[in-house]
Design a protein around this ligand. Structure first.
Ligand code: NDP
Ligand code: X2W
Length: 328
């Protein structure tokens, strides 16, 4: 199956190419970048030298010759390509935020008009696998909402409040340098940002609601001086207390058939480079602390996008993704 990656010179585009090298049925035949047009992919993604010989091209959906596409471009750019891909019948996973929310919530959260809106399944397979199966366009979740929602899902319905406290690696900010992600701000440092107003809160609330929860959700992200990974501590405040045994059973039951969710003490090093989400949970009666760890570029983006492609195309769900994290 021929794959096109729109926005292939960025961090998620690079990881899509790297991961798809391992896929048994997919081959990347088109990788776009406007700024790197004509250059070999491996001259930008140097980790891929001698592993791919394709060159960057300009995005041109009208003449695109591919069976499947990934949109790995910033939000608001994705909506410029999505309609055309749909019209051309090219199945697509969009890694941006453009199709994750309802139109009105998207517009109020992102402060822009959505010029090409249609509904798409929210691509968190552990919650939405059945609707992803029949879809031709899937909205890949945000990195923070992936780790946060998986951490709280087994208890969401029983909670009155959920507080997500996340620490993220810097690659979450994309490849372009900025004041926030420059070395002097990040190295040897730890800061909170968008303390009460991060745009991913809308996704977390949407998914809590989907799980039948009426809990109030809150979220504060922190920038950590590492390249990859998100560790989320979810404080789940319950109406009625649960024992440690009861809580563990709820998590085991919920995730017993989920290959990419592992119940063990989570750490960034324990999932780095892989599509796993590791979750640990501890009860303090009416306060349950659930901690999750993901690699933001893999389960938080490109790996989950391939997991969604596998489900959409009827492939083995773990194809291209069945490998261990890099540790130490
Ligand atoms: N980084 C992460 O951890 C995560 C990212 N995401 C989302 O995935 C998407 C990609 O993220 P990331 O790889 O980090 O972003 P980067 O900024 O690293 O890369 C963006 C890519 O999109 C291309 N691009 C930018 N603007 C346009 C445009 N208007 N039209 C066509 N191509 C464009 C760029 O190349 P060029 O400008 O040369 O064309 C580049 O290849 C974003 O929507 C991001 O929010 C989601 C989850 C996690
Ligand atoms: C460190 C950092 O800046 N992280 C980004 C993560 C967002 C992201 O990548 O998710 P989207 O797909 O919704 O853009 C942020 O906090 O905005």
């Amino acid at each position: 199956m021929d794959i096109a990656i729109i926005g292939a010179s960025g961090f998620t585009g690079g990881d899509l190419i790297r991961l798809l090298l391992l896929h048994s049925k997919a081959e990347v035949t088109c990788a776009t970048s406007r700024s790197e047009e004509g250059k070999p992919v491996s001259s930008v993604h140097r980790n891929l030298k001698d592993l791919t010989d394709i060159k960057f091209t300009n995005p041109d959906i009208e003449n695109l010759d591919a069976d499947f596409a990934f949109l790995a471009v910033p939000h608001t750019a994705a909506m410029k390509y999505a309609g055309q891909l749909k019209e051309r019948g090219i199945k697509t996973v969009d890694l941006s935020a453009d199709y994750r929310l309802s139109k009105d919530i998207y517009e109020s959260t992102y402060g822009v008009e959505h010029t090409c809106y249609f509904e798409a399944p929210y691509g968190l397979p552990e919650l939405h696998r059945e609707v992803i199966k029949g879809a031709d366009f899937v909205a890949n979740p945000g990195c923070f909402p992936t780790g946060a929602t998986l951490a709280a899902a087994p208890l969401a319905k029983l909670a009155h409040t959920i507080i997500y406290d996340s620490k993220t690696g810097v690659s979450g900010a994309g490849v372009n340098p900025s004041k926030t992600n420059q070395y002097t701000n990040v190295a040897d440092n730890l800061t909170a940002y968008k303390w009460t107003s991060h745009r991913h809160l809308a996704e977390m609330r949407q998914e809590a609601k989907f799980l039948g929860s009426s809990a109030k959700c809150h979220f504060t992200p922190h920038l950590l001086p590492v390249n990859r990974g998100i560790l989320t501590t979810a404080h789940i405040l319950l109406n009625e207390p649960l024992t440690q045994e009861e809580v563990e059973k709820l998590y085991q039951d919920r995730y017993k058939n989920e290959f990419f969710v592992r119940l063990q003490n989570p750490s960034l090093g324990g999932v780095r480079g892989s599509n796993f989400c590791d979750i640990g949970v501890e009860s303090e009666g009416t306060r349950i602390v659930a901690v999750s760890a993901i690699d933001n570029l893999v389960k938080g983006a490109s790996g989950q996008a391939i997991q969604n492609m596998n489900i959409m195309c009827g492939f083995e769900e773990t194809d291209g993704l069945r490998f261990g994290p890099v540790f130490p």
